[in-house]
Design a binder for this molecule. Structure first.
Ligand SMILES: [Zn+2]
Length: 535
């Protein structure tokens, strides 16, 4: 009569949430996210899913973000035939996000295969295609917030608004252990949690008195200023005014979901009150445009969107850019406009061509408004890299790079502590998941200040499996891990040999440029070659 829980993602690493809960009666998964960040992790997306999809009875979805949902099409492609339970908001967002993710997979692989052909390597297949995405979408069964839903034999679930993005939820599972005489186990998956004071979403809600809780730790070690709506808009006003004064364009890499709508809402609010000039704003992301339409359908679930019955995301100076030609035409505008484009961490999407055309100009401003994962282009810009490589081209960074953290959709250290406190008592175990190493360590200290038994606070590793014992709490089992210790460390640090190689080649380029003449350049290269030959 055992219940086990396996952490096939978002454990000891930053991304790719995927868990398998197995009881004597059923086997279900929670989330099926894509690994993002360093290549060591991304390569796992091409390997078989460790969750044995054909043996799963159902899947429970917390929210629509790619690191929680991006592998759903691979799940169905690998034989999953059960229902995917998700809120209506999540379903509506996935309807656009999964096909978008499929087209990114397909075009990335196309590029890779062109390289592979030149290098004489065999071609690879995309992680999944649009057809796979459509098949996954057909399996989605919508659920209501705070209403019990049968998930599989002996397992029912209840979705609580997590206040993170539209449709986001923490999922409470009530699990029969196979012995009718014993009480059921209560397990709560936090999903990603929103801040107590967010722009469009309500404060997170949830149940109490669970046996086990899994809590995300993205900002487990960081406190942020808690701004109300007025303070947040004032901070944005200041940044936008400074950027427009600089005379160049303002580029805002933004996640298509939530961040883009929050920004649009605030910009329109400030412009309507003449606190900002009605300068042209381009929302340059087909996915963000689709998402905005989904938001307009779910305005009743949102906080602070009263705009006299009008959409809070539309105004005459706000342009939704659909086609790639329209997007490229924006490259001709050297200053005075605001461009919001995805992806939020600059590692894909149209923002890359805007950055390529503008970050070498000192008048340009890049405003980073969200979390930048290690190894991404956004993180390099945030860390002040003097040169970056975009779409195969090396470019000098002369633009002003600013960071404004007021829009993070994540709970900070204090919000997370409050969330855990509101869930107490936690009877048997608290798993801390979904955070960089320092964030997880900070989160552990954070929750221990609530006088939780340290033996019950667990930081699981990727692919680790636990028996959820009623008496003894969570017991680690033998497991089959996909990453060995070194690669696992690299993935945790978010810096692998691919990152090291590109940093080294940029540094080499810089030194070669700085040397006065070709003779000195040749000498440097010969030195390097001697080092290589000695190995
Ligand atoms: Zn999320």
């Amino acid at each position: 009569m055992t219940v086990t829980l396996a952490f096939h993602g978002a454990a000891g690493t930053v991304t790719g949430s995927h868990y398998v809960l197995e009881t004597p009666l059923a086997r279900i998964a929670v989330d099926c996210g894509m690994f993002q960040g360093p290549k060591t992790l991304k390569e796992l997306n091409y390997q078989p899913l460790p969750s044995e999809p054909a043996r799963l009875d159902a899947l429970v979805q917390t929210h629509a973000h790619t690191d929680h949902s991006g592998m759903l099409p691979k799940l169905t492609k690998s034989g999953f035939r059960g229902p995917i339970f998700a809120t209506a908001g999540t379903r509506d967002l996935l309807q656009w996000m999964l096909p978008d993710s499929a087209s990114i997979q397909e075009s990335e692989v196309e590029q890779l295969n062109r390289q592979n052909r030149r290098r004489g390597r065999p071609p690879v297949a995309p992680v999944y295609t649009n057809e796979d995405a459509q098949r996954a979408l057909k399996r989605i069964a919508p659920v209501e917030y705070e209403t019990w839903q049968e998930v599989a034999r002996g397992i029912r679930g209840r979705w609580w608004n997590a206040g993170h993005i539209l449709g986001s939820a923490s999922v409470e599972l009530e699990v029969e252990t196979g012995n009718a005489d014993l009480p059921k186990l209560g397990i709560l998956f936090s999903g990603d949690l929103g801040p107590r004071y967010g722009a469009l979403q309500v404060a997170p809600r949830g149940p109490q008195g669970m046996d086990y809780v899994l809590c995300e730790s993205t900002y487990g070690n960081r406190a942020r200023e808690h701004l109300d709506d007025d303070q947040r808009r004032a901070a944005l006003e200041q940044e936008v005014t400074a950027a427009l004064d600089r005379g160049g364009n303002l580029l805002i890499p933004a996640f298509a979901i939530e961040r883009s709508q929050e920004l649009l809402g605030d910009l329109i609010h400030l412009m309507a009150r003449k606190r900002l000039p009605r300068t042209p704003v381009y929302l340059d992301s087909p996915l963000a445009i689709r998402a905005t339409e989904v938001f307009e359908r779910h305005l009743d679930q949102m906080d602070d969107v009263d705009n006299g019955g009008e959409s809070p995301f539309r105004a005459p100076n706000v342009h939704f850019v659909q086609s790639i030609e329209q997007s490229q035409a924006l490259n001709r505008i050297a200053g005075g406009v605001i461009i919001i484009a995805s992806s939020g961490m600059c590692d894909a999407g149209r923002i890359r061509h805007h950055l390529r055309h503008h970050i070498w100009r000192p008048q340009t401003t890049v405003l980073l408004i969200g979390y930048q994962a290690p190894g991404t282009l956004g993180r390099l810009l945030q860390d002040g890299a003097p040169r970056v490589k975009i779409l195969g081209e090396e470019i000098e960074v002369k633009a002003k790079v600013r960071k404004l953290e007021i829009y993070s959709g994540h709970a900070d250290r204090d919000d997370l502590r409050e969330w855990v406190k509101a869930r107490l008592p936690i009877q048997r175990g608290l798993f801390l998941i979904h955070g960089e190493t320092a964030a997880l360590a900070g989160m552990r200290e954070n929750v221990l200040s609530l006088e939780l038994d340290p033996g019950k606070v667990i930081l699981p590793d990727l692919d680790q499996r636990f028996r959820l014992d009623r008496k003894e709490g969570a017991l680690a089992l033998e497991d089959g891990r996909r990453l060995g210790p070194t690669r696992s460390e690299e993935a945790k640090r978010g810096w692998d040999w691919h990152n090291e190689l590109s940093a080294l080649s940029l540094e080499l380029r810089r030194q070669l440029d700085e040397l006065g003449d070709d003779k000195a350049r040749m000498a440097l290269l010969k030195d390097l070659r001697r080092v290589l030959e000695k190995r």
